[in-house]
Design a protein around this ligand. Structure first.
Ligand SMILES: Cc1cc2nc3c(=O)[nH]c(=O)nc-3n(C[C@H](O)[C@H](O)[C@H](O)COP(=O)(O)OP(=O)(O)OC[C@H]3O[C@@H](n4cnc5c(N)ncnc54)[C@H](O)[C@@H]3O)c2cc1C
Length: 412
C-alpha cells in the first residue's frame, strides 16, 4: 500500500532477545505508543517499547493527519449521550492536545510542516445546514470559537459551512520521527520485530514476547491499535471501518488550502497543502464502510473519484498515490483510554481523531502511572458501561452508513 507520508531516515531497532526490566512496558510503536514513550521518558521513567514490525508503519502511516478538537461524534450527540460537562470536556481535551503537539514541536525542534488553520464542515443540502446550525449554537454556548457562514467562498459549491478556527495539520511521519528521536534522547529503549504474546503475573507483571523474552514492568500500556489481547472491559465497545484515500497533485491555488469535511453518509474529508512551487498536495478521503462488508476496494475508489469530479468539476489533477486504512470506531463515540485492570492500560478506538487522541492518551496515562490526577480519566475510562442511548444511536448510524455507503458502492 502507498502513503503520502513515507519518509527516509528511520533507524532500525534490534529485536528483544533477552529478559529485561522497565518501569513501563509499552506494546505498539505507532503514534499512541510513541506519545506515551516520549512523555513517560521525559518524566524519568525507564521505558521499553516493543513493536511487532517496524515503528510507525501501522495505521499512523495511513492517516490524513487533521489535528482537530472537533471529533467524529457530533457535539449534539455527545451532549445527548454524556451531558453538557463531558461534551465540553471532550472538545477541551482536543484543544489542549493541539497546544501540546505544538509545544512539543517547538521544544524538540521538529520540522514537520505543522500549520494552524480552520476546519470547514460544509453542508450540501438545507437539512444538513440545519444540523450545522445546531452544532454551531451548541459549540459557541460551550465556549468554543466556531462560526456559521452561508455565503463563504470555499471554491466549490455548498449550502453553508461551519468554521472551527485554530485547528491544525502536519506531516505525520516527520512529526512521528521527531517524537521517536526525542524519546530515545530521553532514555527510552525501542525493540522492533518483537511481538507481545501475553501478559503474565501480578506485581510485577511480565510481557512475554512471541520469542519468549520477558519484560518485567510495574505498568504496561497496550497501544496496538486494537488491543492485542482483547481485554474483557473493551468487548463490544468498538467496530472496525475501512477508509479510502487519494493523494492528488494540483496546480497551486486551484483549490483553497485548508481542511474540509462534508456531512454525507459515508462522509468525505479533504486537505490541501502547499507541496512545492509547482504543485499543491490535495488529499481526499472517505467512503468508509464496516470491515466485515468485504467490498472490493476498486468500488470505493470509484465512488471517491466520483465525489472529486462532482465537487471539483473543473479541477485538473494527477493521482500521486492511493491507499486504504482501518478506523476503529468506539461504540459510544469516545475512545477507550485508561486501565483495564490495575497497572494495565489501553489506548484505543480513536476513530478518525487519532492524532489528538494519541497525545491525549499519552498525557492521561503518564499522569495515571505517576499517581497524578487528570481531569479526563473518567471521560475515556475503558471500563465505563455503554448507555442505551449510545447503542441506539450506533444502530441508527450503522443503518445509514450501510444504505448510504456500502450498499450504494456495491453497484459501482
Ligand atoms: C485513512 C485514515 C485517515 C485518518 N485520518 C485521521 C485524521 O485526519 N486525523 C486524526 O487525528 N486521525 C486520523 N486517523 C486515525 C489515526 O491515524 C489513528 O488513530 C492513529 O494513527 C492510531 O495510532 P496507534 O498508535 O493507535 O496505532 P498504529 O499506528 O496502528 O500503531 C499500533 C502498532 O502496534 C503494533 N502492534 C500490534 N500488535 C502488536 C503486538 N502484539 N506486539 C507488538 N506490537 C504490536 C502494530 O504493528 C503497530 O505498529 C486516520 C486513520 C486512517 C486509517
Amino acid at each position: 500500500m502507498e502513503s503520502a507520508w513515507e519518509i527516509e531516515g528511520f533507524e532500525r531497532y534490534s529485536k528483544l532477545k533477552e529478559d529485561t526490566e522497565a518501569d513501563v512496558a509499552i506494546i505498539g510503536g505507532g503514534m499512541a505508543g510513541m506519545w506515551a514513550a516520549y512523555l513517560l521518558s521525559k518524566e524519568g521513567k525507564k521505558v521499553v517499547l516493543i513493536e511487532k514490525d517496524r515503528v510507525g508503519r501501522g495505521e499512523t502511516l495511513y492517516t490524513t493527519a487533521f489535528i482537530t478538537e472537533e471529533i467524529d461524534t457530533d457535539l449534539v450527540d455527545l451532549l445527548d449521550i454524556f451531558g453538557k460537562k463531558d461534551a465540553r470536556l471532550s472538545w477541551q481535551a482536543g484543544r489542549e492536545a493541539i497546544d501540546l503537539i505544538e509545544s512539543v514541536i517547538k521544544e524538540e525542534n521538529i520540522d514537520c510542516e505543522f500549520e494552524r488553520g480552520s476546519l470547514f464542515v460544509y453542508a450540501a443540502t438545507p437539512e444538513e445546514f440545519k444540523s450545522l446550525e445546531a452544532e454551531d449554537k451548541l459549540a459557541r454556548s460551550l465556549g468554543f470559537q466556531t462560526k456559521l457562514q452561508k455565503d463563504l467562498d470555499l471554491g466549490f459549491e455548498h449550502d453553508g459551512a461551519w468554521e472551527i478556527e485554530d485547528q491544525a495539520k502536519f506531516h505525520p511521519m516527520k512529526f512521528f520521527k521527531g517524537l521517536l528521536e526525542a524519546s530515545i534522547r530521553n532514555g527510552a529503549t525501542i525493540h522492533e520485530r518483537t511481538e507481545a504474546d501475553r501478559i503474565l503475573g501480578k506485581d510485577p507483571m511480565k510481557v512475554v514476547t512471541k520469542d519468549g523474552a520477558k519484560i518485567t514492568a510495574r505498568d504496561i500500556i497496550i497501544a496496538t491499535y486494537k488491543p492485542f489481547n482483547n481485554p474483557a472491559p473493551t468487548h463490544f465497545k468498538k467496530g472496525m471501518y475501512v477508509s479510502y484515500v487519494y493523494e492528488l497533485r494540483i496546480k497551486p491555488g486551484s483549490v483553497r488550502r485548508g481542511m474540509f469535511e462534508d456531512l454525507e453518509n459515508p462522509y468525505h474529508y479533504v486537505r490541501v497543502d502547499q507541496l512545492n512551487h509547482k504543485y499543491d498536495r490535495m488529499i481526499v478521503g472517505g467512503e468508509d464502510h464496516r470491515e466485515e462488508l468485504k467490498l472490493p476496494p476498486k468500488k470505493n475508489f470509484t465512488a471517491l473519484d466520483e465525489y472529486i469530479k462532482e465537487t471539483f468539476p473543473t479541477l485538473e489533477y494527477v493521482i500521486a498515490s492511493k491507499w486504504s486504512g482501518k478506523i476503529l470506531e468506539p461504540s459510544d463515540g469516545l475512545p477507550l483510554i485508561g486501565p483495564v485492570e490495575p497497572h494495565i492500560y489501553v489506548a484505543s478506538a480513536f476513530s478518525g481523531n487519532g492524532m489528538t487522541y494519541s497525545a491525549i492518551s499519552g498525557r492521561i496515562l503518564t499522569d495515571l502511572i505517576q499517581g497524578k490526577p487528570n481531569v479526563y480519566t473518567s471521560l475515556y475510562d475503558p471500563q465505563r458501561s455503554l448507555s442505551p442511548k449510545a447503542l441506539l444511536k450506533k444502530a441508527k448510524d450503522y443503518g445509514g452508513e450501510f444504505l448510504g455507503g456500502a450498499a450504494k458502492n456495491i453497484f459501482k
